[in-house]
Design a protein around this ligand. Structure first.
Ligand SMILES: Cc1cc2nc3c(=O)[nH]c(=O)nc-3n(C[C@H](O)[C@H](O)[C@H](O)COP(=O)(O)O)c2cc1C
Length: 191
């Protein structure tokens, strides 16, 4: 788990979950772009990848796993969560499902959640809606932002993505929505 932001306010953290098992990952690149923009605006951002967990602990949903316990602490602490995945076989990745399966029902209540996908083509554009959103709802999420769905064609480079104006505008709007969620929570904490 790597800490990108440094702001100390624990009530306003944003957790970004990267569900790609790939070492060089477009999903990771988009997560990084979002994290940098959120951190630059003052948000405290944490990034976790499915690659951070010992495979066996994840595969068997080992509740005693220190890595999974720490992950669940981050989930509990965060005000907003980005769930990012490449599309695999018309759905999100199996390893992301294994990670989501470790989260107790209701854990996403009172959190703003952004579903994000990268994919080879637009063919499975609805996968986030039919596959991921029901899981997020089961986890208690009621404030789910519009999906961010990026095809491989929108990347000029997997490590350093350069997006066109329309995608930049969309990312900007979603970053603002996440910041607004965190700010409203910080205001609540002051009351
Ligand atoms: C096993 C596998 C299955 C895939 N299945 C699909 C699919 O069903 N639909 C699609 O649009 N892209 C599919 N893709 C392409 C990936 O979603 C796409 O390349 C994505 O950007 C990869 O993200 P990553 O670099 O973060 O792993 C698949 C890729 C892999 C490796």
């Amino acid at each position: 788990m790597s800490l990108v932001g440094t702001a100390p306010d624990p009530s306003g953290r944003i957790l970004m979950i990267n569900g790609s098992p790939s070492r060089v990952s477009k999903t990771a690149a988009v997560v990084r772009v979002l994290a940098e923009r959120l951190a630059a605006a003052g948000a405290a951002v944490d990034i976790v990848s499915v690659r951070d967990f010992p495979a066996e602990e994840l595969a068997f949903g080992n509740a005693e796993s220190p890595a999974i316990r720490r992950f669940l602490e981050f989930v509990a602490l965060s005000r907003a969560i980005v769930v990012a995945t490449p599309i695999y076989k018309a759905s999100y990745t199996g390893v992301l499902k294994a990670l989501l399966d470790t989260i107790p029902p209701g854990s996403f209540a009172n959190k703003t959640v952004l579903p994000l996908a990268t994919a080879g083509t637009l063919a499975h554009y609805l996968a986030l809606d039919y596959a991921l959103r029901p899981v997020l709802t089961f986890l208690g999420a009621r404030d789910i932002l519009p999906n961010l769905f990026l095809t491989d064609g929108s990347f000029q480079d997997a490590l350093m993505p350069v997006f066109d104006d329309a995608i930049e505008e969309r990312i900007g709007a979603l970053v603002r929505a996440l910041l607004a969620a965190v700010a409203s929570d910080s205001l609540q904490a002051l009351k």
